[in-house]
Design a protein around this ligand. Structure first.
Ligand SMILES: *[C@@H]1O[C@H](CO)[C@@H](O)[C@H](O)[C@H]1NC(C)=O
Ligand SMILES: *[C@@H]1O[C@H](CO)[C@@H](O)[C@H](O)[C@H]1NC(C)=O
Ligand SMILES: *[C@@H]1O[C@H](CO)[C@@H](O)[C@H](O)[C@H]1NC(C)=O
Ligand SMILES: *[C@@H]1O[C@H](CO)[C@@H](O)[C@H](O)[C@H]1NC(C)=O
Ligand SMILES: *[C@@H]1O[C@H](CO)[C@@H](O)[C@H](O)[C@H]1NC(C)=O
Ligand SMILES: *[C@@H]1O[C@H](CO)[C@@H](O)[C@H](O)[C@H]1NC(C)=O
Ligand SMILES: *[C@@H]1O[C@H](CO)[C@@H](O)[C@H](O)[C@H]1NC(C)=O
Ligand SMILES: *[C@@H]1O[C@H](CO)[C@@H](O)[C@H](O)[C@H]1NC(C)=O
Ligand SMILES: *[C@@H]1O[C@H](CO)[C@@H](O)[C@H](O)[C@H]1NC(C)=O
Ligand SMILES: *[C@@H]1O[C@H](CO)[C@@H](O)[C@H](O)[C@H]1NC(C)=O
Ligand SMILES: *[C@@H]1O[C@H](CO)[C@@H](O)[C@H](O)[C@H]1NC(C)=O
Ligand SMILES: *[C@@H]1O[C@H](CO)[C@@H](O)[C@H](O)[C@H]1NC(C)=O
Length: 833
């Protein structure tokens, strides 16, 4: 929305007069048969929730007629009429009723969009914008006779009360279609549609479906493959299936919560709630979780990687087809060859054969052709002989070749055992000379390079010494070091050894000149000003506790913002808890980790000068030193990131299972949100598994519910224990831990103990009575038939299979957040303003 140019905001008095005199429809919710809407005029629904008018998304130069949320300060579109045919001049264009149809005409009175009714109603029709966001054309005398409504023609948003389903009589369906990108409301590639089998599909170009919700289970009131719905208790879905239609609709229990369900242009379906405090839409649910699972996400010849921040890159030998669209986060146009293939070009002077470029650790595209050949050489030849063939792979004596555009190539991390080798066909000039010659070049080259590198290191070290004496790395406020960017580049060998990363940036291993090993976090898009950034960093720098990771220094040079932390040899606890390969953590170690973590959090919440809420407690953020002493990582990022923080948090992956319900409902976050996340994590300490897992057969496993029931019903708690511990645990400690965990995850914040009490309980200083099963967990218990809980006999094969589904998601986000609190009771989100 072009707020700045909107005279409503600049000259309210003048405009008020202007409007009273000239435009009777402004401010009303209705367009009558003889009225028009143009320029800056808007309709506002009776309760003021929605408005309708001309808008343009982002910096687009086109205008659309659409419905926007009226009480939300970020322009947010709920519906768009003329997505395919935008308008250039909104002052000459008009929305009006013509011959019983709603139409938009451009300056030459030429129709741009129409409701296209074949048997329009009487001449007395009117169009009314309802407070539910529905724009309806109705009989002017009898408003219950709806002739046409926007609810039946949704764009990318599914509003509460609208249907998303199939009309069996007309054989049409309401489907959500993504916008093309941030600035273009034209229909994009992705859609969500109800199938006759009562499950939703996500479609790419309506030809390939890449995600399904699984069929509706009327008893459990969930879609069988969407276990998350169980925790999503602000939406009340209902399913209607009769001879005329089958559809879903939903309501939001709490009318003070503003929520929307969208098909995003990224290819994810998302649920968001409006947080007035931060003035942001908070993403609390999305599917598919992994961006790389979206079909064609990086377009043809793009390669998707979950461990890079923008996900998409072009394959070697290709460049972005439309850089403009890539800049608008729309990569679906993919990549194009920098050099045409030689194959099939008869005019080629030098008719060199095409060559193959080797790509390692790839997830190749689906649906290859598999010619029956006996060797890798023949497989290569099979591809080379067909000018349409763009890649081949040879694995386990199976030859796979791919024709035409390559979609859905995914890059795994080096060393990933799922990775396959893919050979990409390129023009000869794009691939270095034949391997034989290459070998000698490489060997000679690497010897030379090694010598040069050694020399460089010597020079660099010299330079560093010189610099640290009088140079750029100098002591800053308190004990923090202010590093130069080049110093950190050198320390991390140009950021070559990645330890992890998430929404806030990647973490790299580095070695300082004095041989101290450090972890260097490269922050992305910090929106703080320089002075404020330094102030916040120095505040975090003063926070020191044996159970908190220590910040040693930082770098701030223009856009380059980095944090330097102590390096923790034993990594994060998730690797020890959930990995089959790692050594099992015995009970005592787990208990001490739980206690240490609680002490670290208590310090953050209660003991330091400015109270800090972490906001992202999960196993990935609990690091272990050589002695397996736990250290809470990444506190204090919220203030540091400034406005960017909430944007990143809302799009972060792998955090959901630990988020307290208040994150979803959008009330102010207090330290009790950390207590909830901590409780969820304790359950995982006990079981040695992720709390919520979906196994290959689509069954949902939710450990906390089973544990809470067992606890309250007085069952054998040792059955809850990680089977790998062989029932070897201190019974009293186990009981305490389970009770504390269950208290921590209570629905109401006031029922959760403060972190200080958790420490006392775990220390055995304070007794803890029997908790009750939280309502949100009880809901799951009531649907036990649909949910298979872990039992001791559940095979580890099954759970490890499920794990492989979820582990990548969670290992992604290492990011964390925290924020200051003015009052003891909690903090408001208003700090970011
Ligand atoms: C629109 O039509 C109604 C009824 O036909 C009439 O009362 C009203 O004055 C008209 N408004 C304009 C702006 O012509
Ligand atoms: C519009 O463009 C300006 C300058 O190019 C940029 O700062 C701003 O972020 C853009 N706004 C949106 C919504 O993309
Ligand atoms: C209106 O649309 C018609 C048909 O697309 C086009 O020829 C004409 O130039 C447009 N007029 C304006 C003012 O945009
Ligand atoms: C209305 O019909 C025209 C011509 O058949 C078509 O181009 C246009 O897409 C239709 N509009 C809608 C909203 O269906
Ligand atoms: C309005 O339309 C509804 C539904 O078609 C009908 O039941 C009702 O009798 C109508 N009311 C009047 C006043 O015509
Ligand atoms: C409805 O449309 C689909 C394709 O859009 C078609 O396969 C199906 O046969 C149609 N069903 C009826 C009853 O017309
Ligand atoms: C959910 O919606 C259905 C249908 O609108 C309604 O009957 C039911 O009472 C609602 N349930 C809750 C918990 O609000
Ligand atoms: C289906 O549509 C017919 C005709 O409009 C109507 O008579 C019938 O009541 C409808 N059935 C249901 C279940 O709504
Ligand atoms: C509805 O949500 C608001 C804020 O999001 C909260 O204050 C209120 O308690 C909620 N009401 C109910 C009935 O849950
Ligand atoms: C895309 O963004 C990059 C960096 O933000 C900029 O350098 C480049 O010029 C942009 N390209 C286009 C086509 O806008
Ligand atoms: C064929 O090769 C010639 C010379 O190498 C080149 O100029 C031309 O663009 C190529 N044509 C195609 C269709 O690739
Ligand atoms: C190559 O692709 C084109 C277009 O899809 C097709 O017409 C042609 O038959 C294909 N050639 C071979 C050898 O497969």
């Amino acid at each position: 929305m072009d707020i700045e140019n909107n005279p409503w905001f600049q000259l309210p008095l003048l405009l008020l007069c202007f409007c009273l005199c000239i435009c009777p429809s402004l401010g009303a919710d209705t367009i009558a048969a003889n009225e028009t809407l143009s320029g800056d005029q808007t309709l506002v629904s009776s309760g003021g929730d929605f408005k309708l008018g001309f808008f343009r998304p982002g910096n687009s130069s086109f205008w659309y007629v659409g419905i926007l949320y009226n009480k939300v300060s970020v322009p947010t579109v709920a519906w768009v009429a003329n997505g395919e045919k935008p308008i250039f001049d909104r002052f000459s264009a008009q929305l009006k009723i013509s011959d019983g149809n709603l139409v938009i005409v451009n300056g030459s009175q030429s129709p741009v969009w129409s409701t296209n009714l074949t048997s329009p109603g009487s001449s007395s029709v009117k169009a009314v914008l309802g407070d539910n966001g529905n724009f309806a054309l109705m009989d002017g005398l009898n408003s219950s006779q709806i002739i046409w409504q926007s609810f039946d023609h949704p764009s990318n948003t599914w509003l509460p009360g609208a249907k998303l389903g199939i009309n069996k009589r007309t054989n049409t369906s309401q489907l959500l279609t993504s916008f093309k990108n941030e600035e273009d409301a034209a229909p994009g590639l992705f859609s969500v549609q109800l199938q006759p089998s009562s499950e939703y599909y996500l479609w790419w170009k309506m030809t390939e479906h890449y995600w399904t919700s699984g069929p509706w289970d009327p008893k459990a009131k969930i879609f069988s493959l969407v276990p998350d719905m169980l925790r999503n208790y602000i939406y009340n879905f209902s399913y209607v299936d009769n001879e005329n239609e089958s559809y879903f609709t939903y309501s939001v229990d709490n009318t003070s919560i503003l929520s929307r369900f969208i098909m995003d242009f990224s290819g994810q379906v998302q649920q968001l709630t409006w947080l007035e405090g931060t003035k942001q839409w908070n993403l609390f649910w999305s599917q598919p979780r992994q961006m790389c699972e979206v079909y064609g996400f990086c377009g043809p010849f793009g390669v998707c990687s979950e461990s890079t921040d923008n996900f998409c890159q072009c394959l070697h030998g290709f460049t972005q087809t439309s850089p403009n669209e890539w800049n608008l986060s729309d990569r679906s146009g993919g990549c194009s060859r920098t050099t045409n293939l030689n194959c099939g070009n008869n005019t080629a002077v030098n008719s060199q054969k095409d060559r193959f470029h080797t790509l390692s650790y790839m997830n190749p595209p689906g649906d290859p052709q598999t010619p029956d050949v006996g060797s890798e050489k023949q497989c290569e030849a099979a591809c080379l002989d067909n000018c349409n063939c763009t890649a081949y792979a040879y694995e386990g004596s199976i030859c796979s070749i791919w024709m035409g555009d390559l979609f859905n190539v995914q890059q795994y991390n080096p060393g990933d055992s799922n990775g396959k080798t893919l050979y990409l066909r390129l023009a000869a000039s794009e691939v270095p000379d034949s391997p034989k010659k290459n070998n000698t070049v490489i060997i000679a080259g690497s010897v030379g390079a090694a010598a040069v590198a050694a020399l460089l290191v010597i020079v660099l070290l010299g330079a560093w010494r010189w610099r640290s004496r009088g140079g750029r790395t100098k002591s800053a406020e308190g004990s923090l070091l202010a590093f130069g960017y080049r110093d950190l580049q050198a320390a991390t060998k140009n950021f070559s050894e990645r330890l992890g990363g998430g929404g806030f940036g990647s973490v790299f291993k580095g070695t300082l000149p004095d041989s101290t090993i450090v972890a260097v976090k490269k922050l992305e898009s910090v929106s703080q000003g320089e002075k404020q950034f330094r102030t916040e960093v120095s505040t975090i720098g003063t926070i020191q506790h044996v159970n908190l990771v220590r910040l040693r220094g930082f770098c701030s040079e223009g856009n380059k913002k980095l944090l330097v932390y102590d390096y923790m040899q034993n990594g994060s606890i998730d690797a020890h808890l959930f990995s089959q390969e790692s050594k099992i953590l015995d009970w005592n170690t787990r208990y001490q980790i739980a206690l240490g973590t609680a002490r670290g959090l208590t310090y953050l919440h209660e003991k330091c000068r400015d109270c800090i809420i972490h906001c992202d407690i999960k196993p990935e953020n609990i690091l272990l030193d050589t002695e397996f002493c736990p250290k809470v990582a990444d506190f204090g990022l919220a203030k540091l990131m400034g406005r960017e923080f909430s944007r990143v948090l809302t799009t972060m992956r792998g955090t959901r299972g630990y988020l307290a319900p208040e994150w979803i409902t959008g009330v102010a976050i207090t330290a009790k949100a950390d207590v909830y996340s901590y409780g969820m994590m304790l359950f995982e300490f006990v079981s040695g598994r992720r709390n919520s897992e979906q196994s290959g057969d689509g069954k949902v496993h939710f450990f906390p519910t089973w544990a809470a029931k067992k606890l309250t019903e007085g069952g054998d708690l040792l059955e809850l224990l990680d089977p790998r511990l062989g029932r070897d645990a201190d019974m009293e400690e186990l009981t305490r831990m389970c009770r504390v965990a269950c208290w921590c995850v209570q629905d109401e914040e006031r029922d959760r103990p403060p972190m200080g009490q958790v420490v006392q309980i775990l220390e055995g200083v304070l007794d803890v009575n029997m908790p009750r099963v939280p309502r949100s967990l009880q809901v799951l218990a009531d649907n036990q038939e649909q949910i298979v809980f872990f039992t001791e006999s559940s095979s580890s094969g099954q759970s490890s299979q499920a794990k492989s589904n979820t582990s990548t998601a969670s290992s992604q986000s290492k990011s964390t957040t925290s924020m200051n609190s003015n009052t003891e009771a909690g903090m408001s989100w208003g700090h970011f303003d």
